[in-house]
Design a binder for this molecule. Structure first.
Ligand SMILES: Cc1cc2nc3c(=O)[nH]c(=O)nc-3n(C[C@H](O)[C@H](O)[C@H](O)COP(=O)(O)OP(=O)(O)OC[C@H]3O[C@@H](n4cnc5c(N)ncnc54)[C@H](O)[C@@H]3O)c2cc1C
Length: 436
């Protein structure tokens, strides 16, 4: 049986962040990564470019191919961790092997949510969260001579990226969303509308406050699928993509006795309810920056930095992850979109929204009691890092408030003292030593 000082389950953003966190502290301790998917880690947000044909599999690798040997990591890819024995400090994998560990990390991500509707198992119905999904959809469309029309259920981040990829392939796209706007959890309503104008211009047909109730096979006007909506409409299509979000994969953690709510519960050190076992990323439930209450925050930046902090702690440092804050960043049809913190706060309670548009860019700021709580920016996003630091600092924004709306808002707009704190890395980092 092989024994490792560090064993990581999940070979993606969180797992890689963990390896880099460990190696920043401990250059030698033996590390193994167990990953269910085959091959080296890839940048999950880029599977849409694999689908569109803009990038090859090698071009979406998350790290150069030498990453594992350079970091002295044993990678067991295409291998599923089946069982974690906490008291024996063992992990049993699908290949029948058992591996020992001193410190363990679960970065097992999420599984796509597929609502109950008739025909959800039919050919032509796909989800879109893995490289394999992108390759299978490509192959399916290829067999259909490229296809003509797709229906996407879900107007969130994954649905939008898929929509762009399908448009690049020349397909008609109908997007069906239960809410009354796109990216509802991560944008303020006016910013959603702004983005919807771009989507419509790019040829995406948007259907709000509707959902899929049935996807049945049988030729309709030359299409293999007919997607029936709650509104009663029926859309003939080559393919239905279900993209309504992911659910944390908590099964392994729950079966081994770790504390689980909607995700795997971790503290600020990213340690689970069992000493020496850590978690991060889409699978984890971390303390929210504003409320302190644990919840999953399934965005890339949390996965990487949460993993990095976990790795440093696994290697003996004393670090805390204090950025349990929603922060979304994406580029859609060439337009950068970034949002952070509270973007849809409850009405009242001293909350005001400062918003404006200038030079093809839109900015909205949520301010409570003179402090920045959240923002959405579409277009000129250079200042996003400074703004996120402003939220974390809980500083009053009084003096420079009028400048916030300017697309060229920058460091020089901030008071000198705060600029100095930023330079010292006080607010622009997602990890901090408890001794700072
Ligand atoms: C299409 C798409 C676009 C996205 N775009 C953005 C974006 O623009 N911005 C953004 O912030 N976020 C984006 N995201 C979300 C981002 O990709 C995730 O937040 C991030 O990948 C989470 O990393 P993770 O390591 O926690 O989990 P994952 O990336 O989900 O990886 C978990 C890994 O663990 C493996 N695993 C699970 N169980 C086991 C087991 N028992 N044994 C072995 N291995 C196991 C899985 O197979 C998987 O490889 C996007 C996601 C998708 C799907």
């Amino acid at each position: 049986m092989e024994n490792y000082r560090y064993l990581i389950i999940g070979n993606s953003t969180g797992g890689i962040g963990t390896v880099e966190g460990i190696r920043a502290v401990d250059p030698e301790g033996p590390i193994a990564v167990i990953g269910e998917e085959t091959g080296p880690a890839y940048a999950r947000p880029l599977i849409s470019e694999l689908l569109s044909g803009e990038k090859t599999q090698e071009q979406i690798f998350y790290r150069p191919s030498r990453f594992y040997p350079d970091n002295r990591v044993d990678l067991f890819s295409g291998t599923r961790a089946e069982d974690v024995d906490i008291s024996g400090k063992l992990v049993r994998t699908g290949d029948g092997k058992t591996r020992g560990w001193e410190k363990l990390l679960l970065a097992v991500g999420g599984t796509p949510i597929v609502p109950e509707f008739e025909g959800r198992e039919n050919p032509g119905v796909f989800t879109f969260t893995t490289r394999e999904d992108a390759l299978q959809i490509r192959e399916y469309l290829h067999k259909r001579g490229g296809g003509k029309r797709v229906v996407i259920l879900g107007g969130g981040l994954i649905g939008l990226k898929a929509a762009e990829a399908f448009r690049t392939r020349g397909l008609e796209v109908v997007m069906v969303e239960l809410q009354d706007r796109v990216l509802a959890p991560v944008l303020d309503p006016a910013s959603s509308r702004w983005l919807e104008n771009i989507l419509s211009r790019e040829g995406i047909s948007l259907r709000f406050q509707d959902t899929v109730v049935r996807a049945h096979t049988g030729r309709t006007g030359g299409f293999p699928l007919s997607v029936e909506l709650k509104s009663g409409d029926s859309i003939p299509a080559d393919l239905l993509l279900v993209a309504i979000g992911v659910r944390p994969r908590v099964e392994l953690a729950r079966a081994s006795g770790l504390e689980v709510d909607r995700g795997i519960m971790v503290n600020q050190k990213m340690e689970t309810s069992a000493a020496g076992i850590f978690s991060c990323g889409d699978a984890a439930s971390i303390g929210d920056f504003f409320t302190g209450t644990n919840r999953p925050i399934p965005v890339w930046i949390n996965a990487y930095w949460g993993g990095r902090v976990a790795g440093m702690n696994m290697a003996g440092e004393d670090r805390e992850y204090e950025m349990g804050m929603m922060m979304n960043s994406l580029r859609i049809f060439g337009k950068p979109v970034i949002s952070a913190g509270l973007v849809n706060p409850p009405a009242g309670g001293g909350v005001e929204v400062l918003q404006g548009e200038e030079k093809g860019s839109r900015r909205a700021f949520i301010i409570r009691d003179g402090r920045l709580m959240g923002f959405s920016i579409l277009g000129e996003i250079q200042s996003a890092g400074i703004l996120a630091a402003l939220i974390r600092s809980r500083a009053e924004i009084g003096e420079f408030r009028p400048r916030l709306l300017k697309p060229d808002f920058n460091l020089l707009d901030l008071p000198r003292g705060f600029r100095q704190e930023l330079r010292e890395g006080r607010w622009n980092r997602s990890e901090k030593s408890t001794h700072v």
